[in-house]
Design a binder for this molecule. Structure first.
Ligand code: GLP
Length: 233
């Protein structure tokens, strides 16, 4: 695991954006796994800003988001689909059909998980996946206790995760379930970059750094992968 400690959140976002942009320059057909949450917001801002200064072609870039809420319309202000449109997709020349998120409104959510996993495989698998880190060590919505061999599936959200995400649902209807890539799905990505910033994440970062590998701490599965970069600030 390659650790980079950056001076602050800005520096972390610059570094993450640099990795992102150089990857799409190297491989314009790259398949990316993408996160939502507060942490990657400035990375996306930097990517979008760089694209307005110097053209970066997203036409053949394929993206798969890590997770999405169940029972929330994609157009809902709190959906991860809305997040991605606001922070990235609307600002670059992505082909709409190349931007994938699990459909949280699918009538059969379990079948949707199988379909999503199949789409990732049909795209040739993930080349580079960016991840955020939950303060309890979750990655995507894989909460403590998730088997490391899990694939994309429907999960119940813990109360702490629901509380952390509640600001996106000011009407109080905070989703109870989500579809998330599994830990195995994430580990199948050729490269992984984990972003973690701020005092709230400090205990989780230190636990990850300790090297202890346990299903009670989902991010520790990343120690089983040979190409992981952790950016902290
Ligand atoms: C959420 C998301 C994760 C995200 C994490 C950290 O629950 N499902 O994919 O990485 O929590 O979010 P933040 O960056 O806002 O701290």
């Amino acid at each position: 695991m390659n650790w980079e400690t950056l001076a602050d959140y800005d520096a972390l976002s610059d570094r993450a954006a640099e990795i992102f942009l150089s990857a799409i320059r190297r491989n314009p057909r790259i398949v990316l796994g993408l996160p939502t949450g507060r942490t990657p917001v400035r990375m996306y801002e930097r990517v979008v800003a760089a694209c307005s200064r110097e053209y970066h072609c997203f036409r053949d870039v394929v993206t798969f988001n890590i997770d999405e809420y169940v029972g929330i319309e994609s157009t809902h202000p709190g959906s991860y689909c809305t997040f991605m449109n606001q922070h990235l997709f609307a600002h670059v020349d992505m082909e709409k059909s190349n931007a994938h998120l699990p459909n949280g409104m699918a009538p059969d959510a379990a079948a949707e998980c199988v379909r999503y996993e199949g789409e990732i495989a049909a795209a040739g698998g993930l080349d580079l996946t960016f991840l955020g880190l939950g303060s309890n060590g979750h990655i995507g919505f894989n909460e403590p206790g998730t088997p490391f061999d899990s694939h994309t599936r429907v999960v119940a959200l813990t109360e702490s995760t629901r509380a952390a995400n509640a600001p996106l649902f000011p009407d109080g209807n905070v989703p109870t379930h989500a579809i998330t890539m599994g830990i195995r799905t994430i580990l199948e990505s050729k490269s992984i970059v984990l972003l973690a910033s701020g005092d709230k994440k400090r205990p989780a970062i230190e636990r990850l750094r300790s090297g202890e590998i346990s299903e009670n701490f989902p991010a520790s599965a990343l120690w089983r992968h040979r190409d992981v970069t952790v950016l902290t600030a």
